[in-house]
Design a protein around this ligand. Sequence first.
Ligand SMILES: Cc1cc2nc3c(=O)[nH]c(=O)nc-3n(C[C@H](O)[C@H](O)[C@H](O)COP(=O)(O)OP(=O)(O)OC[C@H]3O[C@@H](n4cnc5c(N)ncnc54)[C@H](O)[C@@H]3O)c2cc1C
Length: 400
Amino acid sequence: MAETNDITIVGGGIVGLATAHALVRQAPGRRVVVLEKEHRWGAHQTGHNSGVIHSGLYYPPGSAKARFARGGGEAMYRFCAEHGIPVQRTGKVVVATGPGQLPALAELARRGTANGVRVREIGAAELRDREPHVRGVRALLVPDAGITDFAAVCRELAGILAERGVDLRTGTELVEVRRDGPGLVLTTTSGEVRTRHAVNCAGLHGDAVAELAGATPPARILPFRGEYYETAPARRDLVNALVYPVPDPAFPFLGVHLTRMVDGGLHVGPNAVPALAREGYDWRTWSPEHLRRMAGDPGLRALARRYWRTGLGEISRSLVKPLFVRAARQLLPELRGRDLVRAEAGVRAQAVTADGALVDDFLVVEDEHWVHVLNAPSPAATASLLIGEDIATRITSRVA
Ligand SMILES: Cc1cc2nc3c(=O)[nH]c(=O)nc-3n(C[C@H](O)[C@H](O)[C@H](O)COP(=O)(O)OP(=O)(O)OC[C@H]3O[C@@H](n4cnc5c(N)ncnc54)[C@H](O)[C@@H]3O)c2cc1C
């Protein structure tokens, strides 16, 4: 019979790997396994995002997002610097394009200050000095935002974990869970794994894995695709660092922004459209099972009723490039459709409650054997090292 592991982590995105990393430090000598269904680390959300180290500006004071983003961002800067991963503290501006957005900008400044984030309001002249091509009447300058490559962070974490003796299994999907005496038997596509405890970091499949484990998740995952365009190399100098719009407070996404990537590229996006499959990276990828689930879920129907107008706007900008370009030109008037080529999209795992509310904060649920991470959208990549510490603390008290 196979030996029983102490802790098995399902999901080799940045949250799962950061959890394993924290576990080997908090509970040295424990047998830890990471299961990842793809053949590489960070293949889904972690490998398809804006690469921004967020500062903690947007989140309600006292929320887990606010707590973990600020400290997590600093931990991420340190980790990247120590391990030679490309990272830059570029700073960012959040730009009001008209006087109607000034109250929301001021509220954002208050929120940032309450969260301990360094923020400063700047006028149109200073904005022009920093970002000469960006149009705005006023902006918030956030010097501690920056950029990295979260997939590279995953590869580094996996290297460290391998050296510390963690059993790392890619190409291994969890398909069934059963109780066995004091522990669990996890059936995977490459054999059985026995474990005393398990952590669900399955991202877009988080609710499905919780159900496999016998839990009733308080929220379901609704996949929201974020589509990007990339500027042609000759137009990369339109933006120096990171430029964000003032976000819609009713919507948990930050709006189409202009992002300098660590490889020097300039991305425009992401929008937010419902994906037609959990891993629906384009409109051609759809799953009948997912669509049936969406149609039959009262929470998702309530959500559609609430956001249909915003949703239609996002879908039309997804399908009709000139509409996307027109929206981006609010910030960057010189941008032309011919400057932009489609880049890879990402799909966000956004949890939705049974009454159709988008879960705003991180959501973690525990039972006797499991810790389930059921909502870890942005800024979870930024915050991953602290989220991992938090989950490891929850687990180590059980295996001590
Ligand atoms: C478009 C977009 C832009 C974003 N921008 C930013 C940003 O700029 N900054 C930021 O901080 N955050 C950003 N985010 C959010 C960030 O990417 C996520 O919060 C973070 O990557 C979540 O990591 P994760 O490990 O929870 O999920 P994932 O990276 O999705 O990892 C989950 C893993 O679980 C695996 N898995 C699922 N089911 C199973 C199973 N049954 N068995 C085994 N393995 C399984 C999957 O294959 C996957 O690799 C963005 C996200 C998107 C989509």
